[in-house]
Design a protein around this ligand. Structure first.
Ligand SMILES: O=C(O)c1ccc[n+]([C@@H]2O[C@H](COP(=O)([O-])O)[C@@H](O)[C@H]2O)c1
Ligand SMILES: Cc1cc2nc[nH]c2cc1C
Length: 350
């Protein structure tokens, strides 16, 4: 499915399934709405899956791995070789997200959508060997940005065909908080310094340099805030493109997609700018400690369930939300109703 076809395929949620799920929650013997977002998340998932008989048994984490040419400007603490090392570690359960996936019964799919080097084992769907340095030239062409989005769309649909019920989004890419801050600044019309943080670690001087580099790149390329693909191509990255595609593809083939941290949140913002209806298929998990983490979620129209001061990426926050969803589903499926335990005088309070 190409981007254009995907955008046309995104439909509203199944309201009837959502209402049936809500009715079941309201019949369960506990104070009304007392499981808060655990209830509303399942109501949303029922609307997405088109049935109140929700399934979450098969879970996937997609980790889009890519390098960013802007790293040459000294905007990161580590070199870009770390991207490939961590990407390989996912497959050996030697990264944080991989360990969390093992714990939660989630299958992990690291994808090389744009790493600067080839690795023997990471699945290759490469659009380019890293993006260009946006301080000098646009990060990529418009065509590459669209192809990157389409990698994500295809992957989301493949996961649906393989029987997965929910997708967590993750990324690995040294320099991707620089691209994410640039995209966030343009799409939200916010000053660069308000949406830029230390990423995976920077000194104060390093942060000042990062802000300067982003400001100059935006000034030089003048991305059009009304055209998300233009913004992605000029000052974004291939991991952002791929994740944007996961959100859009997930929406098109009726899969819930969970946002992770700042970078994943910026990709969600790109997706809803391309198709506002996609918002219905997106679930928040935690809120990143990066300064713009909360801002981006708010702009997407999502409120996080977890506040853990995390800013690790890889999908760690999204996967951390899975056990809560599982617990919620167990209660929803197994818990007695008011009538079953013969409580008849309970007056639900709104
Ligand atoms: O997701 C987040 O909120 C987040 C915040 C800060 C850093 N990260 C991770 O750190 C890397 C990017 O940091 P940096 O400093 O290289 O731009 C990238 O691999 C992300 O997964 C992730
Ligand atoms: C070691 C390391 C692991 C990461 N995981 C996500 N971003 C990362 C950045 C670094 C530097």
């Amino acid at each position: 499915m190409n981007l254009e076809e995907c955008l046309k395929q995104i439909q509203p949620l199944d309201q009837e399934a959502g209402r049936a799920c809500e009715k079941r929650w309201d019949s369960i013997a506990k104070p009304l709405k007392s499981l808060g977002k655990l209830e509303s998340s399942l109501i949303q998932i029922a609307g997405i899956q088109g049935t109140e008989r929700i399934k979450l048994a098969k879970k996937a984490l997609v980790v889009m791995c890519a390098d960013n040419g802007v790293v040459a400007e000294g905007v990161t603490q580590t070199g870009q070789e770390v991207t490939a090392i961590v990407a390989e570690n996912f497959l050996d359960v030697k990264s944080c997200a991989a360990i969390m996936c093992k714990d939660t019964g989630t299958d992990i799919f690291p994808i090389d959508i744009g790493m600067a080097t080839d690795t023997p084992r990471v699945e290759k769907r490469k659009i380019a060997y890293g993006t260009k340095n946006m301080a000098v030239e646009p990060a990529m062409t418009r065509e590459e940005a669209v192809r990157g989005i389409e990698v994500g769309i295809t992957l989301a649909c493949e996961l649906k065909e393989k029987g997965y019920h929910i997708i967590a989004t993750g990324e690995m890419g040294i320099g991707n908080t620089t691209t994410s801050s640039a995209v966030a600044s343009v799409l939200m019309g916010k000053p660069v310094e308000e949406v830029t943080g230390k990423g995976a670690g920077l000194t104060r001087e390093g942060l000042e340099r990062k802000i300067h580099v982003i400001r100059e790149a935006v000034r030089k390329h003048q991305p059009d805030p009304e055209d998300p693909v233009d913004v992605l191509a000029k000052v974004g990255g291939l991991d952002l493109a791929g994740l944007t595609g996961i959100y859009l593809g997930g929406a098109a083939c009726r899969m819930p997609v969970v946002v992770d941290g700042f970078i994943s949140g910026v990709a969600a913002l790109l997706a809803v700018k391309l198709c506002p209806q996609a918002e219905d298929y997106i679930l928040a998990s935690h809120v990143s400690k990066e300064p713009a983490g909360a801002m981006v979620l708010e702009e997407v129209g999502k409120s996080p369930s977890l506040m853990c001061d995390m800013c690790l990426g890889e999908g760690t926050g999204a996967v951390a939300f899975f056990p809560l969803l599982d617990m919620s589903l167990h209660i929803y499926e197994k818990m007695s109703t008011f009538s079953q335990i013969e409580i008849e005088d309970y007056v639900p309070l709104e």
